[in-house]
Design a protein around this ligand. Structure first.
Ligand code: CTP
Length: 394
């Protein structure tokens, strides 16, 4: 992969030559952009020797007179990793300022950027820094959080740049270079569907899409090429191996599944699809003239059941079941009826479990009826374990 590293003027810059060496050893091609002040902390000669490429610092090279083209750098890179990222560069990035070559390249990167902020404890806690971080996170930049430990100032706290090995691991994870699903095509469904009642109202549910998005990311982290069919959610998938297709209704989901499932190797259907939709949505907004109205609902297309009915030998299909009673019996029933290889049962009725929570508690049933319990954990961690289950059982 092509890894573009941006070094800014923080003391932790001393760790970056080791990171470059590690990434080159792992087979990546590495190029480096340094902010002008960062050369006080690490020598461009060391950086260029280890990366085996010239280092870009200015918009043009004063010695050769050659122009450094920021768009060309951005086009070359699979990912830009700004490490260490100082409070100053963080602030400029969050506001779209562009007064050096690194910042101009960042603006050309279209969402393929990771930053590893590193600074003193008090600086990292400052409200402006927190605000800038959340702006960038909202814009789709992936944050590699600093570690807790002794800082250059002698103080102890959060702000330390992770070690080169950890940075390389996060970068590889983000690029899908962990590799156990390299070349595998995965189809994931996530989020709710909205079924129109009239021009402005809909029938929907409280699904946040978090579980499906976390699974898409965990699959991509293992190298899978993921198509994510997403209902309306607040989320954005940031991984370069995830292609998101937005859908709104069960009918649109079904059409997308029909397009993408035949060429997929693996399907994880986590969407909370409406089972019924209003039979005749009113094209106008319904007026409040009557004391009561009756909605006639008709069944929607079952995407998962269709995918199961079309399943080829090499395809692995996993569904989800959300039940309020007799969970195990219903989940096992759906596994058979929809021709699944596995089904994940959301264990409802407990605190911290289900829609809109960050955490979940689940049980996976395989074809032979064998159950695997995954205790209460963050949806991200559970997603990793679900993907590990798929890798083991597919
Ligand atoms: N599903 C789907 N399309 C639908 C309904 C459900 O793809 N129209 C998928 C969901 O994404 C989930 C699984 O089917 O993976 C089970 O969904 P669930 O709503 O729990 O079950 P249903 O089959 O709809 O049965 P019921 O609502 O009666 O429990």
């Amino acid at each position: 992969m092509h890894v573009l590293i941006g070094i800014t003027a923080g003391i932790a810059a001393y760790k970056i030559p080791l990171l470059i060496r590690l990434l080159v050893k792992q087979g990546h091609e590495v190029r480096v952009i340094m902010t002008p002040d960062s050369s006080d902390f690490v020598s461009p000669l060391v950086v260029s020797t280890l990366s085996k490429n010239p280092v870009a610092i200015e918009f043009w090279d004063r010695k050769t007179g050659e122009w450094n083209h920021h768009v060309a750098y951005a086009e070359w890179a699979d990912v830009l990793v700004v490490a260490p990222c100082t409070a100053n560069t963080l602030a400029k990035m969050s506001q779209g300022l562009c007064d050096n070559f690194l910042l101009a390249t960042f603006l050309s990167m279209r969402n393929r950027t990771m930053i590893a902020p590193a600074m003193d404890l008090e600086m990292y806690q400052h409200p402006t820094v927190r605000r800038n971080l959340s702006i960038l996170e909202g814009d789709g930049v992936v944050i590699i959080p600093p570690e807790h430990g002794e800082l250059a100032s002698g103080m102890v706290g959060e702000g330390r740049l992770p070690q080169p090995e950890q940075l390389a691991e996060r970068i590889n994870e983000h690029l899908g270079c962990q590799g156990l699903l390299n070349g595998v095509k995965a189809l994931v469904t996530a989020g709710p569907t909205y079924e129109a009642i009239d021009a402005v109202r809909f029938v929907g549910n409280r699904s946040s899409g978090k579980m499906g998005y976390a699974i898409a990311e965990a699959l991509a982290n293992q190298g899978a090429q993921v198509t994510l069919l997403s209902g309306p959610t607040q989320l954005t998938a940031k991984h370069p191996l995830i292609q998101t297709v937005k859908i709104e209704t069960a009918k649109e989901l079904f059409a997308s599944v029909q397009t993408h499932w035949p060429s997929a190797d693996l399907g994880v259907f986590a969407a909370a699809v409406a089972d019924y939709r209003p039979s005749e949505p009113n094209p106008q907004k319904i007026k409040k003239n009557e004391d009561s109205v009756t909605l006639n609902l008709v069944k929607t297309e079952d995407s998962l059941a269709w995918a199961g009915s079309q399943k080829k030998m090499h395809q692995f299909l996993m569904g989800f079941a959300l039940e309020t009673s007799e969970g195990e019996a219903y989940a096992k029933g759906k596994l058979i009826k929809k021709h699944l290889d596995a089904i994940v049962l959301n264990v409802l009725g407990e605190n911290g479990v289900g829609f809109n929570f960050e955490t979940n508690k689940i049980r996976i049933f395989g074809k032979e009826g064998k159950a695997v319990d995954l205790p209460l954990d963050s949806k991200k961690e559970l997603a990793k374990k679900i993907v590990a289950y798929i890798i083991e059982n597919k």
